[in-house]
Design a binder for this molecule. Structure first.
Ligand code: PMP
Length: 437
């Protein structure tokens, strides 16, 4: 079993899960596709930091932009003041986003982005004189960060139980994964419409005019890489339109190239009313999150009745100059190296390489989409999460960072990965799986 954490004062992100109690493996440097350990060992980064370093590590143009910004303007208040970088970034993001998602609220993380989107939904309905619309709908196996709003709509029931679902009325769509029907199939499963119709069932339980918004990840990431079944997101959009509900995509993971496009909304041809983003916007360098919002929502809120205008929401670090500089340089790099297209070009080969692990001991299912793969391992009897944790450990010793979410291994490499590096990642992952059989 892993050693208990004995790092003195540092309290890591906490859960009772044993994987989080183990002493962390220290990373001292990074460049491109690799981390280096304090003793100088190079380790391939198979998870782009934490689904965020999409352009790879310590990329020179991003580092230079952060340095230059730090020496020019360290901070500017986002209330009543601004700075050129925030305006430039907002307009770049609005151009990248589909449809009329033309307004950008900036904040510091994915969790803040989710809480912000939920608040925008509630404030919008108040501005429209439909303040009865307060109910929110999330999805089982959804992950929306760790704010109380994100926990409430999120699909991790232990978190909801421990911290309480504090929002006034929240329902959860069932998740879309079905191992029996789907195991080891490349591409989208085909029961999307059927699963999305669960939204009709939930709407029928309540008066539709009490529901504010539906929030889903287009592809559930942290809970195991669960691609949407074919037609699912389109049908959710249609049902939201029928009942006048706002549809929010949490693209904290899927944004900025993970699925081969700037946003998954583009890949699936569905335009939501809001998109939450974070992580890849700065390629993991300086913390930043945000919400892209359709223009009519922004307009209704900003021109709404005074009591709504006096609602307050915003963060000290909204549009932080260092984060804006990092994001602008990151977006330039994505464009100059055409990294979203590159992810699309690598997708089939990546998927086939990962699928070659089918048939290894304890591998129950593998799902891949874009440059993301989830590999489910059978848990060790009486010790859920241990096999995944041990596989991660073995892989690290053999030169690869992969992620274990319980007994599901995730591979989500930076978009700059070469075919050879993908091959090595899959090879090490396979060896690790065999080693923990
Ligand atoms: N939403 C999704 C879909 C995420 O994957 C995450 C983080 N993994 C979050 C929100 C929360 O982001 P953060 O950790 O930056 O608060």
């Amino acid at each position: 079993s892993p050693e208990p954490n004995d790092l003195g004062a540092w309290w890591m992100p906490f859960t009772a899960n044993r994987a989080f109690r183990a002493k962390p493996r220290l990373l001292a440097g990074a460049e491109g596709m690799h981390y280096t350990t304090p003793d100088g060992r190079r380790v391939l980064d198979g998870i782009a930091g934490l689904w965020c370093c999409n352009a790879g590590h310590n990329r020179a143009p991003i580092v230079a932009a952060i340095r230059a910004q730090a020496g020019a303007l360290d901070y500017a208040p986002p209330f009543q003041f601004g700075h050129p970088g925030a305006f430039a970034l907002a307009s770049r993001l609005a151009h990248l986003a589909p449809g009329d998602l033309d307004r950008v609220f900036l904040c510091g993380s994915g969790s803040e982005a989710v809480d912000t989107a939920l608040k925008i939904a509630l404030a919008y309905w108040q501005a429209r004189g439909e303040g009865r619309r307060t109910r929110l709908i999330g999805r089982e196996r959804g992950y929306h960060g760790v704010g109380f709003g994100g926990i409430s709509v999120g699909g991790l029931s232990a978190n909801r139980k421990a911290f309480g679902s504090l929002l006034p009325g929240v329902d959860h769509l069932p998740h879309t994964y079905d191992r029996e029907r789907q195991a080891f199939t490349l591409g989208e499963p085909d029961w999307g419409a059927e699963r999305a119709d669960e939204l009709e069932r939930i709407v029928a339980l309540h008066d539709a005019s009490t529901i504010a918004a539906v929030i889903v990840e287009p592809m559930a990431g942290s809970t195991g890489v669960l691609p949407p079944p074919k037609g699912y997101l389109e049908r959710l959009r249609a049902i939201c339109d029928r009942h006048g509900l706002l549809l929010v995509f949490d693209e904290v993971i899927t944004g900025f190239g993970r699925l081969g496009h700037a946003f998954a909304a583009e890949r699936y041809g569905v335009v939501p009313d809001m998109i939450c983003f974070a992580k890849g916007v700065t390629s993991g360098t300086v913390p930043m999150g945000g919400v892209l919002v359709r223009e009519p929502i922004h307009a209704a809120l900003m021109q709404g009745p005074t009591h709504v205008v006096e609602l307050f929401h915003g963060y000290t670090y909204s549009g932080h100059p260092l984060a804006c500089a990092a994001a602008l340089a990151t977006l330039d790099l994505y464009r100059d190296e055409d990294l979203f297209t590159r992810a699309r070009a690598l997708e089939v080969g990546f998927g086939q390489a990962v699928m070659s692990l089918k048939g290894l001991p304890n591998v129950l299912d593998i799902r891949t989409v874009g440059l993301a793969a989830g590999i489910d391992l059978a848990p060790k009897p009486g010790a859920p999460g241990l096999r995944g944790f041990e596989a991660m450990d073995r892989a690290f010793d053999a030169g690869l960072v992969l992620r274990a979410a319980g007994d599901t291994l995730a591979l989500t490499p930076p978009l700059i990965a070469s075919e050879d590096e993908i091959g090595r990642m899959v090879g090490i992952t396979g060896d690790a799986i065999r080693a923990v059989a």
